[in-house]
Design a protein around this ligand. Structure first.
Ligand code: CTP
Length: 405
């Protein structure tokens, strides 16, 4: 695919280098177009070396090639990172006073802006209006991350991490349309990762869930406008998604407490976490020693089913019209295939949607891609095509939207 990476003039311009690299490493043809001020932060040679293509900022180089029209027309995706307040203002008002803004006017492909600026600039009515205009024009403008900005201040306005911009960019290539803002004003709770049930201060019973699918759910929901709380169990060192509140937990019991607390007043709960069904009945206060005798068996006790508890609380009228999404990782066995087990699980659990993944043999766990089926309580069944975990998340949210009260 032909990707244009536009770079605005902000300190976060250095992060565009990793983004360019990710695109070239995954086989894309990348053309970097910085603004003049971006070159104050990162040199032209860096972008040329990383992209393998010439870099220019103005419209008067290579004139016979008409680059100010051609690059935009031929692009499959334009990603602006960092998108500064000034660059978004120019893009929103249709200026074409450099190669990047001219490219934005001629591009008909998906366009993704990854904003980076100080919180005051992000929250200024002028920027809010420009972001709304860009979205109305069909562009996807990411929510920035919160955290440390240049200097000592913190707040929303930080450039989302390159991995996150890459994930969203890949999603736009897969979907080939803008990300809808259909979850604005909605509160969504997502659980992710595996729980750990301690045996003693050093050992635990755990599972292979990486948290990647749940993180993708949280990320895409936030980028569709939802206010998202992510209840994260053990994950493989994932970066917290931009504009998402993360609550870290360890055990199933802690996860249950956190989910219960945050579901009050929420519009949807998405249980992507791999919650342990059992925990050791006794947790040793000191490390269990090997000793000289045969190993003891571990006595287990059942954990409560968080998802089933939510469904019950809704039935009892405590959670209003909360929409509830479950996940099922199935292998199939002598009693039935993956879908047979999944249909039974949907009926047993009583949730509104069940996302079903076939697991085992390198599928679903720890990898970046996923596929499966989406079963609805109304009997609908949809296959989820193979693609990034963000794409799967996006399809689930497409189905969730109409279920929200
Ligand atoms: N789940 C939960 N609480 C538990 C176990 C599971 O909320 N104690 C949720 C998971 O987050 C997931 C769904 O239930 O959304 C299905 O999980 P799964 O482990 O597949 O279901 P189980 O009911 O444990 O079924 P199985 O007999 O297949 O283990």
């Amino acid at each position: 695919m032909r990707i244009v990476v536009g770079v605005g003039g902000g300190i976060a311009a250095y992060k565009a280098c990793s983004l360019v690299r990710k695109f070239t490493e995954t086989g894309h043809h990348v053309r970097v177009i910085p603004t003049e001020s971006a070159l104050q932060f990162v040199g032209k040679a860096t972008f040329e070396a990383l992209s393998g293509n010439p870099v220019q900022t103005g419209v008067f180089a290579d004139v016979p090639e008409v680059p100010h029209v051609r690059i935009g027309q031929e692009a499959d995706l334009v990603v602006i990172a960092p998108a500064t307040a000034d660059l978004m203002a120019r893009a929103a008002s249709g200026r074409a006073d450099d190669l990047l803004t001219a490219t934005l006017l001629t591009a008909r492909c998906p366009v993704l802006f990854a904003p980076a600026m100080h919180t005051e600039m992000w929250e200024h009515p002028a920027t809010i209006a420009n972001v709304a205009t860009l979205r109305a024009h069909g562009s996807t403008v990411m929510e920035p991350a919160s955290g440390r900005l240049t200097g000592a201040d913190t707040g929303p306005g930080r450039l989302p991490e390159p991995e996150e911009i890459f994930a969203l960019a890949s999603l736009l290539l897969e979907r080939s349309d803008a990300l809808p803002r259909d979850l604005e004003g909605r509160r969504v709770v997502v659980s992710a990762g595996g729980t750990r049930e301690p045996l003693d201060p050093v050992r635990f019973l755990g599972n292979r869930s990486s948290g990647k699918q749940g993180y993708a759910m949280a990320r895409v929901a936030a980028q569709r406008g939802a206010q998202v709380t992510l209840i994260a169990g053990n994950t493989i060192g994932l970066e917290p998604p931009a504009a998402v509140e993360v609550v870290h937990v360890t055990t199933a019991e802690q996860m249950g407490t956190a989910v219960d607390k945050h579901s009050v007043g929420a519009d949807a709960v998405i249980m992507a976490a791999a919650v342990a069904d059992f925990r050791p009945a006794n947790v040793a206060a000191a490390k269990i020693k090997k000793g000289a005798h045969e190993p003891n068996s571990i006595e287990l006790t059942k954990n409560r089913d968080i998802l089933a508890g939510l469904v019950q609380a809704r039935r009892d009228g405590q959670l209003g019209g909360l929409a509830i999404v479950g996940f099922a990782a199935e292998t199939g066995d002598e009693h039935g295939d993956v879908l047979t087990h999944a249909r039974a699980k949907l009926a047993r659990k009583g949730c509104d949607l069940l996302v079903v993944n076939a697991v085992g043999e390198g599928k679903a766990f720890e990898v970046d891609n996923n596929d499966g089926w989406l079963l609805g309580a109304d009997g609908t069944e949809q296959s989820l095509d193979h693609g990034s975990k963000a794409l799967l998340a996006s399809r689930v949210l497409d189905a969730l939207g109409p279920l929200l009260r």
